[in-house]
Structure formats: C-alpha cells, structure tokens
Design a protein. Structure first.
Ligand code: BG6
Length: 518
C-alpha cells in the first residue's frame, strides 16, 4: 500500500538563512574528496542560488599534482562536473568555474603559507569576501595539525574580536585512531583554534534521511510516546555496502570497519534514534543530548567480548553475478591482513527510556547490496482477542527508516484483509522521497558546507562527541589487538550478509536480522 502524500511547497516551514560572503580554501583541491564531493556540492549550491553573492574557491594542491594553472584547474573541474548527473546549464558552470583558483605548494613549507596569505589577500579584495574564510582539510590526518599550526603561525586562523571576519576549519575523519590520539588531536587543534571554529564533519549527518530521524521524532507527536522500552522490543541498524575498498587500501589497512564506520556514522545514527528531546535544535543543546546518549551506552565487557561484538573479513565471492576477490587479495592489502571489513554489535543504553532494549548494529563491505536502514521493532500485542489467533501469530509492527537507497520510511500494520472471512494480514505503509518529491537525495556535503558558511555547528561533531565515541570503542580495539582469540576475526564470502556468528548476536536473544527478510 502506498501512502497518499500531499506536499505544498509554498507552505513548507524552512529554517534557511543566506550565508555571508566568504572564501573557501580546499587543501587537497585535486583529491578524490574535493573533486568527487566538495566541488560538485559547491557547484550544485551555486546553481540553486544558495551560495553568497561574493565567494571564491581556492584549491590547494601538493606540488607535482596536475593541473598547473587557474585555467587548467577550471578546465579539469568543468570536465568533471559535466560528467555529473543533474545537468548544470553551461552558463552556470562557466560562472561557477570562474570563481575557482589554484595554488600549488608543499603543505609543510613556510613558503607555501606566505603564498597562501598573499593569494587570500588578493582574492579577498578582488571578490569582496571581507576576510571570511573556510579552510577545508581534505588531506590525510597526519597533515591536520601541521597545516593548522602553520595557518596560525601566518595569522590565518585569527578571528576579529567580534568574530567578523571569521575563520572556520573543516576537519574530515578520521579524528584520531583511539581515545588517546583523538584527545591529542583535539588538544593540538585547539592550540590554534577555538572550538567554535572547528567543524568536524560526518557526512551521514548531512543526509536528508538522517536529519529526518529528528524531524520524525520531534516534529510529530505520534511516535515519541511509543519511543521507549514500553513499546519498542529492539532496534536494528544496518549499513551494508556492496563495494570493497577500491583504491583506498592504505587508508583501510590502518582503519578497518570499526574506525571507518562505527566510530562515526553508526554511532551518530544510534545517537539520533536514542537521544532525549533537546530543548531546541541549536548546536549546544542538541549536541548535549547526543553526547549524553553516547555516554549512556553500556561499556563493553571485554572479557566476553564475542557475546557483544563480531568482526569479519570478506573472502572471494560473487556480487550481482560478478566474481570479486577477497580482502587479502585486494591491491595494496597484506595477504595476511587481520583488518576487519565487517562489524556487528549488540549494545544497551542504560537509561530510563531504553533499559533492557537491545540495539543491534552492523556494517560491512562486500555485502549483497548497499542499504542503510534503521528498524524499530515494536512489542507484540499482549493478548489477542481474535481467537484462535494468538499474540505470537501477529507480526510485530515495524518502523523502518530507510536512509538509503529508496530514501523514506515504512510502517507495517496488521489489518483486516478484504473479504467475508475474518482474516488479518500485514500492510506496509510506504513513503519514498523520490516517489513523492520526484528528486534524488541531495549530496550531504551540500547541507554541511552551507551550514559551515552559516556558522551553524549543529550537524558537526563536537569535541566531547568524538571522545565519547572513542571511549566506547577503544577497549574493543585494544582487546582485538592484545587478546584476539577473545573475539576472533571470522571470514565471510563476498556477497553474503557477513559471518554467521553475527546472527548469533540476535539468536541468543531469540531474534534475527530483518534484512534481507523484510
Ligand atoms: C565513508 C567511509 O565515510 O563512508 C567509506 O570511509 C564508506 O568506507 C562511505 O564507503 C559510505 O558512505 P555512503 O554515503 O556511500 O553510505
């Protein structure tokens, strides 16, 4: 069954503001992130008239990386953007490209920062951006601190007394490798920046469907009363990917699925599902509630870790009819690598709302398909009046928040089936963004870049949020390293839903994963 949906665009309630003029400096300006996500997102914002009237983009590139001039950089970007879906008119593309500039150099060399300072001064005067600057660190984490410290040395991180002109720095993950290194990274960054200048990005928070978890919970009254141990049996979060590690072996060998996905995206989704109602949707109050939730997650009992956590690594297999190699055969991966490409866990949130409700989370590479979903399974009816149908014969209600693909949600209900007989069947109320709005989900970086220009940190991670997440997961990483036999690395064939042991996490509680069954 499809939900009839009426949306009157004129009556939408929006919170948007217009950003102030600014310059955007991208370190790693020709890297995958910049060319694949950031510049396309900025171009899309430009085509929607959401960028300020005055702005420029300065792509910083390490020496030796092409292109070699403003013109060549613009051509490279134009060619790239033309291959993107979403048909940007040629005139818009030209106008956007004319705002792009290029600066080569060595990020560890003082000479580069002198040149950067000069370029910014000129561009600022030429474009009228009033000195407001965003530095986007789309570079390996080993460069975060050296770049920020050099920017500070050259007076490029200093804000005026009242915050205008402003300077903001966007930091990509990973924010450290564990609790100690994350705390160290925060300390280093804060030698040169105030917390209000640091925008730690998690692109999942920019996804419409992730933001919609909040809208669903806090812009409606019908779910919140049910959103607790009184009515929810358990919660499942699945973020599966069919892709492997592509050409990111050097990153992934250092990271693995727990650092790559759990420490950030997975725990953020969990926090949104589990958090208490913030007093308002502002950066401080909203993030207070998220951090509070993270701090309420029961720490792992590392002595019996395999009852709580399962890790796996894919071996050769088949996905969509295509044979794919195992993780250890991927280019750049050690053939005895012990890095996990799959993690599942069972968590409890020890507070009044959630006491006793299990949260099962899993993520993995080379699974059968790409899907990110949250499933809330409600409790079964306590008693059936429809004899001889028993309560256990009636399917429990499910609320499925589909983060991607087919962005939207489903709600299953038991209902009278048509006909003269008294039969009950399951209906699915189905909402899909693309069917209702006829649009595909926007690139999450659009929203996040815009928010940074607006000085809104709500959807960025605060220092204590990073630490709370690492405090939870660091003991798991340490146990894997020091006592691997407590929680062995299981193999799973590419194209499967992970090691069979991940099913035991639920089976021991008499439950099972909803995907692929729903
Ligand atoms: C990134 C991870 O943060 O998220 C990748 O580093 C992963 O390994 C990606 O593939 C998934 O993002 P999305 O938006 O495609 O679900």
């Amino acid at each position: 069954m499809t939900l009839e949906t009426h949306v009157d665009l004129k009556e939408n309630l929006c919170m948007e503001k217009q950003p102030e003029p600014c310059g955007i400096v991208i370190f790693g300006g020709s890297g995958d992130l910049a060319t694949g996500k950031l510049i396309p997102a900025l171009c899309s914002l430009y085509s929607k008239n959401l960028l300020p009237e005055s702005f420029f983009i300065l792509g910083c590139l390490s020496y030796g990386k092409s292109p070699q001039s403003d013109e060549a950089y613009r051509e490279m970007v134009k060619t790239l953007l033309k291959s993107y879906p979403g048909d940007i008119p040629g005139k818009v593309l030209e106008e956007f490209a004319s705002r792009l500039h290029y600066l080569p150099g060595d990020y560890r060399d003082k000479g580069f920062y002198k040149a950067l300072k000069d370029s910014l001064k000129k561009l600022d005067e030429h474009r009228g951006t009033g000195g407001n600057t965003i530095f986007y660190l789309a570079v390996p984490p080993s460069l975060f601190c050296p770049i920020v410290s050099m920017l500070a040395t050259f007076g490029l991180t200093a804000e005026a007394h009242k915050g205008t002109p402003w300077v903001r720095v966007i930091v990509e993950k990973p924010f450290g490798r564990d609790l100690v290194s994350a705390a160290e990274l925060n300390r280093e960054l804060k030698k040169s920046l105030r917390e209000r200048q640091i925008y730690r990005i998690d692109h999942y928070l920019g996804k419409d469907t992730v933001q919609n978890i909040l809208m669903l919970r806090f812009a409606n009254t019908i779910f919140e009363p049910l959103w607790s141990r009184d009515y929810v049996d358990h919660v499942q979060v699945t973020v599966s990917e069919d892709i492997g590690i592509g050409h990111r072996s050097s990153y992934y060998e250092e990271s693995g699925a727990l650092r790559d996905m759990f420490q950030n995206h997975m725990i953020q989704i969990l926090a949104l599902v589990g958090m208490e109602t913030p007093v308002s949707f502002d950066a401080t109050r909203y993030r207070n509630e998220k951090v509070k939730l993270m701090e309420t997650i029961r720490p792992f009992n590392t002595k019996e870790l395999s009852r709580w956590v399962v890790r796996g690594q894919y071996t050769a297999g088949e996905i969509g009819g295509k044979k794919v190699c195992g993780y250890q055969e991927e280019q750049g991966v050690a053939h005895d690598s012990g890095v996990e490409t799959f993690v599942a866990m069972r968590l409890f949130i020890d507070n009044w709302r959630w006491k006793g409700v299990p949260f099962y989370l899993r993520t993995g590479k080379r699974m059968p398909r790409k899907v990110s979903e949250v499933v809330l399974q409600f409790k079964k009816v306590p008693h059936s009046i429809f004899s001889p149908i028993l309560p256990e014969n009636l399917d429990p209600n499910l609320l499925v928040l589909r983060i991607q693909p087919e962005e939207g949600l489903d709600l299953t209900l038991n209902a009278k089936m048509p006909g003269p007989r008294g039969c009950i069947g399951t209906l699915n109320l189905h909402f899909c963004y693309c069917e209702v709005f006829g649009v595909t989900a926007p690139e999450p970086y659009e929203r996040l870049l815009l928010d940074c220009m607006l000085g809104d940190q709500t959807l960025f991670i605060r220092e204590d949020g990073v630490l709370a997440s690492w405090a939870l997961f660091t003991p798991v990483l340490e146990t894997w390293e020091k006592s691997p036999s407590i929680c062995p690395l299981y193999r799973y064939p590419a194209g499967s839903w992970g090691p069979a042991e991940a099913n035991n996490l639920l089976r021991m509680d008499g439950r099972q994963w909803k995907i692929p069954d729903t």
